[in-house]
Every structure is written in C-alpha cells, then in structure tokens.
Design a protein around this ligand. Structure first.
Ligand SMILES: C[S@@+](CC[C@H](N)C(=O)[O-])C[C@H]1O[C@@H](n2cnc3c(N)ncnc32)[C@H](O)[C@@H]1O
Length: 280
C-alpha cells in the first residue's frame, strides 16, 4: 500500500477513529466536505439539477461525493443495490427511484450520525425500498450473492484494507453482478508530509493509492472487465481552493496544518475515477 499511515497495522484503528470523527462532524454540522474555499459547490458539478432537486436540502449539505456512481451503474427496476459508505444517503435515494418498488437499496456506513441522518430522511421521503445499516465495508452486514449492483462514492480511499473491501463486494454480489464506483486514486506521487497526515486521510487525500494498484486489487478479488470509464482531475485553482478548505478546517479544530502549496500539490496528484467491474 503506497501511503505511510496505511502501512502501519497498528495505525488502522487510529485512522478509522479519525475518519468516523470527521464524518460525524459532517453529519452534525450539515456541512458538505466538498465545498471549496471559494464557495464552489462540488456537488453541482457532479449531479444534474434534477437529481439534486429530488432530495431534501439536508442530504445535499452533508454530501461528500467525488463522482456519480449512478451515471455508470445502469440500474434497472427490480434490482437490489448496495451502497458502500452511504453517508447522508444521496446515492441511495437516487438509486431508489431507479429500482422502484420491486427493487431495494441498502446503504452501509460506519458513522452512527450518518446512518441516523439518512434513516430520518428516508422516513420523511416515505421511501419503503431503502434501508440503512451500520457497519464496516471491510466486513459487510450483507448476505452472500444477494446484490445486483454495488455502488460506492468516495469511500474506499478512506479504508486501509482496500483488498478486503473488494473481496466483500465480490462476496455479496450475485453472479454477473456489477461493481460501479466513484473514488479518488493517485495519478502522481503524494508529498511525503501529506502521506503521514491524519486530517488529510479523513479528507479523502492521503489514503488514495495509485490507480494501477487500485484496479489490480479489484481484479485480484475476482472481478473481470475492470475499466475506468471516466477520470476527473483538478485544475490548479481548484486544487488550491480545496487545500485552503482543508487547512481552514484543521485550524478551526486547533490542529497543526501543512503548507498550502504542499496540500495543493496533493490535490493535483488525485484523479476522481468512475470504475466498473463485473463478477463472473
Ligand atoms: C467521503 S464520505 C462519502 C459519503 C457518501 N458516499 C457521499 O457520496 O456523500 C465517506 C463516508 O464513508 C463512511 N466510511 C468511512 N470509512 C468506512 C468504513 N470502513 N466502513 C463503512 N463506512 C465508512 C463515512 O462514515 C462517510 O459517511
């Protein structure tokens, strides 16, 4: 694994705790982790106006997407869908419209506040075909061979044991099932200071691994036809703006911060990929 924090087995619980603390803050404060310091809302670049209008404001404001797995999932009525790291539930709610009453969408997330928030919204929207489960995506609370499509949005980069996640996705998918994910991968080296920074891990930066390594892990889990269908990178202005947001957040929490140029370099090393793969 090409990141300093993730290499040390004993650090895994420290990383998990930092990640869960960050996303409980995001859920409690109703603040998207994807807005830049210049006020740009990432979510507007990722989803259509129609998609965003179909969910309540509190889902949009706690969203932390880096892509749109629904754009590559090709969901059909009646399918059973699983969202790994469902957060406030945006992708689950969008998927629920596509699979309809005959289908079902399950969201799994490790952060209590995210599960509670998504659950409350599902009830307020009167959606009978969605369910949120508390759990770790490395050890899914889901039956073998029970899912048609596994989706995920900006989550697997946060996990130290990514191989385990792909093996679990494979286990729960039915034969011919599809994996359709959006995640951050590396297309360049991360600065060493960034690789060792826990706040940047929780912000979906330091846990990212090289794209080639990421795709081979998916293949090693048993998937075939593993493809990157779309790759979005950041401009210098966007990278600088994201760096400012992360640094401002660290300052707000009284943490030590890294130099803005170094953090911006890290955002330039990242690609937001859309990836599809199939279980035989
Ligand atoms: C960057 S947010 C993305 C949330 C959602 N997919 C979205 O697009 O808004 C990451 C989410 O993954 C969850 N998460 C992080 N590590 C996890 C793990 N090991 N198992 C389950 N959920 C996890 C966090 O609680 C958080 O809700």
């Amino acid at each position: 694994m090409s990141n300093d924090l993730g290499k040390k087995g004993g650090q895994n619980n420290v990383i998990r705790t930092a990640v869960i603390n960050r996303y409980s803050r995001v859920a409690n404060e109703g603040k998207s982790c994807c807005d830049t310091s210049s006020g740009t809302k990432e979510i507007i670049k990722i989803y259509s106006e129609k998609e965003l209008a179909s969910v309540p404001e509190e889902v949009r404001t706690s969203n932390c997407a880096c892509g749109n797995p629904l754009a590559i999932a090709e969901l059909k009525p009646g399918q059973v869908v699983l969202d790994l790291g469902s957060g406030a539930g945006l992708d689950v709610f969008l998927a629920s419209h596509k699979v309809g009453h005959q289908g079902k969408v399950i969201g799994v997330d490790a952060t209590d506040e995210m599960v509670a928030k998504a659950d409350k919204v599902a009830k307020s929207m009167g959606l009978g075909n969605v369910e949120f489960r508390k759990g770790f995506i490395e050890n899914l609370p889901v039956e073998d061979n029970s899912i048609d499509v596994v989706i995920s949005n900006c989550v697997i980069n946060l996990v130290t044991d990514k191989e385990k996640v792909f093996k679990e996705a494979y286990r729960v998918l039915k034969p011919k099932g599809k994996l359709a994910i959006s995640d951050r991968v590396l297309i360049d080296e991360l600065p060493s200071e960034v690789r060792a920074n826990l706040d940047l891990w929780s912000a979906c930066v330091s846990g990212a691994i090289p794209e080639v390594e990421y795709l081979s892990m998916i293949k090693a889990a048993g998937f075939f036809d593993v493809r990157v269908t779309d790759r979005r990178t950041y401009t210098f202005e966007e990278a600088t703006s994201f760096a400012k947001t992360v640094i401002d957040e660290a300052k707000r929490l009284g943490r030590e911060t890294l130099d803005e140029k170094i953090v911006a370099r890290a955002f330039l090393a990242i690609a937001n990929d859309h990836i599809v793969a199939y279980k035989p």
